[in-house]
Design a protein around this ligand. Sequence first.
Ligand code: GLN
Length: 295
Amino acid sequence: MNTRNIRFKSNRVRDIITLFHEKLDSMYGGGEVVVFLDMLFEAFLGWDKVRLLTSKEQTIDQSDLLRFHWALEDLKQCRPIQHIIGYTDFCGCRITVSPDVLIPRPETEEIVQWCISKFSIFNSQFSILDLCTGSGCIAIALKKTFPQAEVTAVDVSAAALEIARQNAQNNGTDVHFIQADILNGASHLSPLTFHLIVSNPPYVRESERAQIQRNVLDYDPELALFVPDDDPLRFYKAIATIAKERLAADGLLVVEINEVLAEETCALLKDYGFTPEVHSDFRGKPRWISANLNP
Ligand code: GLN
């Protein structure tokens, strides 16, 4: 098979793997290409890693080969692997993604896992609010872990909410979705108080655009990423306003943050009467703040 400069030597799995490494290692690094191959073989053929490792001499159908061919073309164009296969796995939930939603990140997964560790499974009758939910990943993962919790999720984008609703359904979770712009407040939210308010709002400043990778810039929705340089914490002000009113007395506010704005975000939360604590992600970067309200 020969299209432009991509040529698979044969339909053999080994040759597919070789060509992917040949064409992509210099762009992504060999380790990342192994991850891509694992994801593609699972998505296209339903193979797990072990099956892939033990099936290198096997040949695949011409129609399947064509899918690998297009995936390789797309990856060369920096299209995210999650868009190529149409989903990503997040805290054990399969989350459909599209250009209308931010692709869930491992950093956010870490935050959700931390939240889960803070709330006991034996005391799961509590209420959770997820602001700027996007694909719904945070709300859905929490609802799946705490089936008895009442989970509400808000986003401004109707298109994102459509995906989020589909994700909730696919994962067998019942999340209450609301379309609202939190910058205009959140007067119609129910219930009245929440034990956990969590958010991964837009926090990348326009001036940081140049540092953002092409696969993010070209494929993630701008609405979910960028904030103006003259008011980079605008969403945190809105979140703090809502949380100050709606957080239960012993409740917890958890927000993902821009790693270079940790101090400013803490200062802002203190101004609103919260006691913030900064947490670093697995890369060692300040990535989220947990806060409770001073009594
Ligand atoms: N962490 C994301 C990125 O680096 C940004 C997410 C956000 O703005 N909330 O692209």
